[in-house]
Design a protein around this ligand. Structure first.
Ligand code: HEM
Length: 102
C-alpha cells in the first residue's frame, strides 16, 4: 500500500456486485462526450460531471481514460468530493490490474 494514498477510498466491494472493467476498456473512454477514469482501482464515468467540476473540466480531461488516483488525492479533495465519487462509480479493475485493493 502506498503511504501517500488515502486508504478510505480503497475499500473492496464486499458484495462483489461491481462490474469488472479492465484498463484497456477504460482507455477507450477519453473524450468530453465519454469520459471514464480510475481512482483507487475503481472505475468512474465522469462524463456528466466534467462541466460541474469545481477544479475545471480541463483538469479532469488530463486524466480521461487513465488512472487519476494521484491527481485526485494530490488535489486534497474534501470528504464531500469523496462522497460524490459514488454517484459516478461504474465498476472496478480486475484483480491483476489493481494497485491498492486485492
Ligand atoms: C470524479 C473525480 C472528481 C470529483 C468527484 C471531484 C470533485 C471536486 C469537488 C467537489 C471540488 C470542490 C472542493 C472540494 O469539495 O473538495 C473539487 C475541487 C478541485 N478538484 Fe476535483 N474532483 C475530481 C477529480 C479531480 C481530478 C482528477 C483532479 C486533478 C488534478 C482534480 C482537481 C481539483 C482541484 C485542483 C480542485 C480545487 C479547485 C479550486 O478550489 O479552485 N479533481 N473537485
Amino acid at each position: 500500500m502506498n503511504k501517500y494514498i488515502d486508504t478510505k477510498l480503497c475499500v473492496c466491494d464486499v458484495d462483489n456486485k461491481l462490474k469488472t472493467i479492465p484498463l484497456e476498456e477504460v482507455s477507450c473512454h477519453e473524450s468530453t462526450g465519454d469520459c471514464w477514469m480510475v481512482i483507487c482501482d475503481k472505475v468512474y464515468d465522469v462524463t456528466n460531471f466534467l462541466k460541474q467540476h469545481p477544479g475545471g473540466e480541463d483538469l479532469l480531461m488530463e486524466h480521461a481514460g487513465r488512472d487519476a488516483t494521484f491527481a485526485f488525492q494530490g488535489a486534497v479533495h474534501s470528504d464531500l468530493a469523496e462522497q460524490m465519487l459514488k454517484e459516478y462509480l461504474i465498476g472496478e479493475l480486475p484483480l491483476d490490474q489493481r494497485l491498492y485493493q486485492k
